[in-house]
Design a protein around this ligand. Structure first.
Ligand code: NDP
Length: 375
């Protein structure tokens, strides 16, 4: 069986090495849904460095970032990352392929890749400066890739990597939580009914934390179903009072932004190391509007001021960001295979209906994830 598989992938591999184009949804300019264009002539990636892993995409999923990137959000900073010599100038990046999650099959590996081989079923979250997964092929660094949980289909698996890498970056790297210190922790998650929220609830429950969430009334069944202990409807107008009655928190993960900071920070336990971690930050919007240097400086000043003010009140204030990380997904894979984390897939679209998938996401009110089946 191994020999047959090897022959199959060698054949596929040599054709993928020779291919210069592939089917994909691309954008050639920033804008609304009308800029999404299907083509069979998108440049096909191939292995060019020792740590490259070429993946055939089976399923992708969409995140709010895809809507924002379609409109040009973050382009200055992302262009700097894509091509440092372009100094963040617009226009050099097109055509862009969106889609930050991939579940698929390894087609080819660089000479230095040790953890993967052609034929492996893998999943990964794709950094926003790289070409995305709304395409037949995607190329990533070995460090960004992980073996897919065998308990999930590709469609289910594609719903997890980006929100998992984001949640773990926020909760662990920024928030200081881990599986060994959550037992007595009280965590509040705002905006818990979306992709990041439904994943974070499950992760924190698997680690033994007590989890309170805010969401719309009609999402209560969903968030309780994935483990939330206390649920508060944010539309009642009495959120702060209601949350206040439940007791103070060790950590708040804010998925909503806006005026959350004004009422949520007072809900943290003061002088005990409690942290407010928000995923909604102005960094990229500032670099877009003010330029790289001024935007970064403005964001740095805002963060420093807020962190200092809150430190004086006995709590930590922090911004968190998605961070691509294959080994983190290995840990998530173990939790998924153990049945502790379930995929929350709200809608599935075929590859031919990518614009409709964007429309669905843009309508808001996510209840988990929107997935696109690619092959
Ligand atoms: P989703 O769109 O999947 O989910 C957002 C959820 O919040 C929806 O279920 C929505 O449902 C709910 N919601 C909206 N308004 C409120 C409110 N006032 N109170 C409580 N719930 C609310 O987003 P994600 O989970 O994927 O991402 C969450 C946020 O984090 C987004 O803003 C995203 O841009 C950001 N993010 C930032 C990253 C970073 O690197 N900094 C990385 C990933 C995400 P309803 O409107 O029906 O209540």
């Amino acid at each position: 069986r191994h020999t047959l598989l090897t022959r199959y992938f060698r054949r596929n591999l040599s054709s993928s090495r020779l291919r210069s184009s592939m089917p994909a949804w691309v954008i050639d300019e920033y804008g609304n849904n009308a800029v999404l264009r299907y083509t069979v002539e998108a440049p096909a990636p191939s292995v060019t460095s020792a740590s490259d892993v070429l993946i055939q995409v089976k399923a992708a999923s969409l995140n709010p970032l895809d809507i924002s990137m379609r409109g040009g959000y973050g382009s200055k900073l992302l262009n700097l990352r894509r091509d440092p010599m372009s100094l963040g100038h617009n226009g050099v990046e097109f055509p862009i392929i969106l889609g930050r999650d991939v579940s698929g099959i390894v087609m080819d590996c660089g000479s230095g890749v040790t953890h993967f081989k052609p034929g492996d079923e893998v999943w990964a979250a794709i950094p926003p400066w790289k070409q995305g997964s709304l395409a037949e092929l995607v190329i990533l660094n070995e460090y960004e890739v992980s073996q897919k949980p065998n308990s999930l289909s590709h469609t289910e698996a594609a719903s997890i990597p980006y929100v998992a890498n984001t949640a773990l970056s926020a909760l662990v790297n920024t928030g200081g939580l881990c599986r060994d210190n959550c037992a007595n922790k009280r965590v509040l998650i705002t905006g818990a009914s979306g992709g990041v929220g439904t994943f974070s609830i499950q992760l924190l429950k698997a680690w033994g934390a007590h989890v309170t969430v805010t969401c719309s009334h009609n999402a209560e069944g969903l968030v309780r179903g994935v483990g939330a202990d206390e649920v508060v409807d944010y539309a009642t107008g009495e959120v702060t009072a209601e949350l206040g009655r439940l007791g103070k928190f060790d950590l708040i993960l804010d998925n909503v932004g806006g005026n959350s900071e004004q009422w949520a920070l007072s809900l943290l336990k003061p002088w005990s190391g409690a942290k407010y971690v928000t995923l909604v930050t102005p960094l990229l919007a500032h670099t877009d509007s003010l330029g790289l240097l001024n935007g970064a400086m403005q964001a740095g000043c805002t963060l420093t001021q807020k962190a200092f003010k809150n430190m004086c009140n006995g709590v930590f204030y922090r911004w968190a960001y998605f961070s691509p990380d294959g080994p983190v997904l290995d840990e998530v894979c173990r939790l998924v295979n153990a049945g502790k984390i379930l995929p929350v897939v709200e809608a599935i679209f075929p590859f031919s209906k990518v614009p409709q998938a964007f429309q669905k996401l843009e309508g808001g009110h996510a209840r988990g994830k929107t997935v696109v089946t690619v092959a």
